[in-house]
Design a protein around this ligand. Structure first.
Ligand code: S3P
Length: 173
């Protein structure tokens, strides 16, 4: 089995909190790609986005490239990581990719409780509409790159983590 696990999914699907708990339980190191970018640049993602989304995507691409040498990690990616095929080729080489899925209502609830400034792409007048529009474009990409998918609605972090661990047990060694 591949040593690393990558979590992908739309904003607000809990990739960071689930990833952190999964890493703890599986005794792996936890990597949050957005956190790495913020630490490197010394600015929050929202400020990086002020310079343009393409600036952020380039930082994200470089960060993913730097992960090629990682071992024994749970990697939590920003929701837009699937927009560059190059990112996903690297992640597929080094890890098992798990897609976290949620209804748009769950997504909206999570992003509201995190604070709307945190997600520049959804910091709009009608975020539900925005979620629908972005999801429509991204859904085939998420589906295409994932080896496994988990629906997170109405589940606790521990339930989701247990589900992931069960799924991984099914993977061919
Ligand atoms: C983005 C998702 C965010 C962050 C950035 C762009 C996206 O991460 O990388 O705001 O394009 O979906 P989360 O998925 O952790 O919110």
């Amino acid at each position: 089995m591949k040593e690393n696990i990558t979590l992908i999914g739309f904003m607000g699907t809990g990739k960071t909190s689930i990833g952190r708990r999964l890493a703890e339980k599986m005794e792996k190191n936890f990597i949050d790609v957005d956190d790495l970018i913020e630490t490197q640049v010394g600015k929050p993602i929202s400020m990086i986005f002020e310079e343009g989304e393409s600036e952020f995507r380039e930082l994200e691409r470089k960060k993913i490239k730097s992960l090629r040498i990682k071992k024994n990690c749970v990697i939590s990616c920003g929701g837009g990581v699937i927009l560059k095929k190059e990112n996903m080729e690297i992640l597929q080489q080094i890890s098992v990719i798990i897609l976290l899925e949620a209804s748009k209502e769950t997504i909206l609830r999570h992003i509201k409780s995190d604070g709307k400034e945190k997600r520049p792409l959804l910091n709009k007048e009608d975020p539900l509409n925005e979620i629908e529009d972005i999801l429509r474009i991204r859904k085939p990409l998420y589906d295409g790159f994932a080896s496994f998918r988990i629906i997170i609605d109405h589940k606790t972090i521990d339930e989701i983590v247990n589900e992931i661990m069960k799924l991984l047990g099914k993977e061919k060694k």
